[in-house]
Design a protein around this ligand. Structure first.
Ligand code: FES
Length: 143
């Protein structure tokens, strides 16, 4: 590639890659619809109170790109919400009500209700989310 071709190529690439940002900045004040703020820092409805109360937990697949396991009911003081993907090797943990902990069926890792590791082989905590009930909806957002 010749030097001039390379400079033209980089210049066009730079313009093309900055267009979505420029459009997003212009729209941000008008309609607040930029993709960067749609999923990571806003409350998302993941189910209804009836769905949560039915089993005392609610597994939501693909929220927005990962799974979320909510534990509690509409009567609970605090709802627990975690990414149930075990940090050891990726199995899905389940909630153990009697033990008040998450347990992994694959290799026995256990996590507290705060997502912290209580028993290996996992060494990293589960990702946690903030959850609340508003009207008849269960809402979650990343911490
Ligand atoms: S995948 Fe959970 S303990 Fe190994």
């Amino acid at each position: 590639m010749k030097r001039r071709d390379f400079i033209n190529w980089v210049g066009l690439g730079g313009i093309a890659s900055s267009l979505p940002v420029a459009i997003c900045l212009q729209q941000r004040f008008a309609i607040a619809a930029c993709s960067e703020q749609t999923t990571s820092d806003v409350w998302q409805t993941v189910g209804t109170v009836a769905e949560l109360d039915q089993n005392g937990q609610l597994l939501v697949k693909k929220f927005p790109s990962v799974n979320v396991l909510l534990v509690g009911t509409s009567e609970s003081e605090n709802l627990i919400a975690v990414n149930p993907t075990c940090t050891h090797s990726g199995c899905t943990v389940t909630w153990n009500t009697e033990g008040n902990k998450f347990a992994c069926p694959c290799h026995g890792a256990e996590y507290g209700s705060d997502g912290q590791v209580q028993r290996g082989p996992a060494t990293e905590p589960l990702k946690t989310y903030t959850a609340k009930i508003e009207n008849n909806s269960v809402l979650v957002k990343p911490n």
